[in-house]
Ligand binder design. Sequence first.
Ligand code: AMP
Ligand code: MG
Length: 724
Amino acid sequence: MVTKEGEKVVSRRKTQILAIDAGGTMTDTFLIDDQGEFVVGKAQTTPGDESVGLLHSAADALTFWDMTVEDAFPQLLTGVYSGTAMLNRLVSRKGRKVGLIVNKGMEDHHRMGRAIQSYLGYSYSDRLHLNTHRYDPPLVPREWTRGVTERIDLFGNVVIPLYEHEVAPAVRELVDMGVEAIVISLLHSYKNPVHERRVRDIAQQTLKELGADLPVFASVDYYPVRKESHRTNTTIIEAYAADPSRRTLELVDERIKERGARFDIRVMASHGGTISIKANELARTLVSGPIGGVVGGKYLGEALGIKNIVCSDIGGTSFDIALINQGDFTIDTSPDMARLVLSLPLVAMDSVGAGTGSFVRVDPYTKSIVLGPDSAGYRVGVCYREGGIETITVSDCHVVLGLINPDNFLGGQIKLDRERAYQAVKEQLADPLGLSVEAAAYGVIELLESQLRNYLESLVMGKGYSPAQFACFSYGGGGPLHTAGYVKGLGFEDVLVPAWAAGFSAFGCGAADFEYRYDKTLDINVAYGASDAERRTAGSTLQEAWNELTEKVHEEFEKNGFRRSDVQLRLYYRMQYQGQLNDLEIESPLTSVTSAAEWDQLTATFEDTYGRVYARAARSPELGYTVTGAIVRGSVDVPKPKIPEEPYAGETPPQSAFHGQREVYWDGKFIKADIWEMEALKAGNRIRAFAIIESPATTFVVPPGFEAVLDTHRIFHLRQTSGE
Ligand code: AMP
Ligand code: MG
């Protein structure tokens, strides 16, 4: 951990794991040594070339061990990266020029999109009104789309053969128009891939004849799953944003290797595992940072024996929440991202566009305060000395109120201008509302916290749980500023703020398995009372899919030199009662299924899970079963961080941790707050309100009615000492 005393033994430290989270605002690095001890570094994200920010950030972390990047990198065994370049490329529509081949008659399908795409990301009130709905420009415009005649029905039967002669002309036209990649997505190809593969082969042949060196992406080779809009979108993203971002990732990899690293960097993927930058399906790394936090939450929960966790992350741009239930997070197999419906496995998460960098404005009509959804990114707010931001942000309010120390932002790397923030809050907020500057700034904090609190509560209660059954983990640079505010009165079983909150997502990336996950859609229907032969056939159809996916997993690991015997496989299936709409993802209790009796074990496991997720009385075996998908997850061992363990040092914090008092405006009055240095506090220390615990990259506020106790794992437990 980050201790000043540690600096003496530095040269003997063996750094083993590097984990990087290049977020929208900050790039966090997390370095772990062979003892499992770790340091956290932060630097501003450099969107032009992410490797610059990441090297700064790593250098920052290493100062705690008195080491340089050049000392540390050659010793590393492994490294994980998560960044935003790919998502930015997609959101800002700066991807490749992609040509699309679909079924004749379906050429407008991608352009029209699913109706839900016209209001994804909207507030509830905007979702209700049709006139606010709008479609983003399609990733592939109509002009670059061609149709070929063929038809496979939903059972996989060939209804119309492929008109092969239509393929080459379509490809030629697309090449003439200057497309840089070709995507093929035909109806029901997940069920029967022959036509799509044939189109792919003809396209590749034609390109060869033309001497055009373009990549071809057939949906079935990437995402062989039901729902053609999702499948088409995802395959297009692969060609449009993911594959071009491979270069960005390679650059990061090269830069790290130039500093002596001898491993291939892995990337955090949406399913909660990490994959190689050589992976076939790279679109899975589209959102990675926030996933890291959830994986870290699960890992920490396992270490501490906590099974039900609400993970809450506040960064500069958003507030992200995920639930861990009985030790596991939920996977959403058709999520949406960047206002597109997709078929990727994604750790289920909810997110609101309100973070500590969010802009604060006054609605000219209602005179109410509006937060976000846009934010100042790495430029913090009006208080940012380098300038560039005109509109006030939540961070400006923190500075005005005295909650954030303007001289300790990123440990003092960035100096903030309190006077400028004060003036701007006065002009943009306090004067129009007729309030004092402090009261206006405090109003913003109250509004943010009540929004987050309501959101958190509705999410937990909406799923049928009570906060009393959950521990809340609060992290992200901005989380601890508001933890007390957003958990107040909710009655969580415990509230945990790790001392490394600011680098928690990077920590999670470091804790993630090296794991591939592949999904395949199936339609296996087995009626109630089906014969032995029918159940046996069902089992072997599932087994075939598992075999196919297992091969894909092995192929990927072979790229990084792993043998089959290194890979631990886990098999899953998605099952539902026939006719019901929602399936459940279940880990198979068996490693292979061949007999009717083994099939029965699969349905029994499903019944069990169903009874737990819904209600025992809701189980309905008389409906029969449907398997909707097969999943294989394969992982290899990688080094992981260790949770710190420190000796108990009593309730009274050391005087050296005390940094005097600062005046803070809170709830209508000025109060003197005790300022503590987070890194200097010891296990067992009890911090009473009003306290501000400062760290180079996060600030933990303990307001009246709360106290915080640091445990032996360097995790603060925030307790409410009085009711609201
Ligand atoms: P993140 O995006 O997770 O890195 O969080 C960034 C946010 O952390 C900033 O917007 C700040 O509001 C908050 N923060 C709190 N204390 C500090 C600090 N000492 N230095 C930098 N950011 C801080
Ligand atoms: Mg973050």
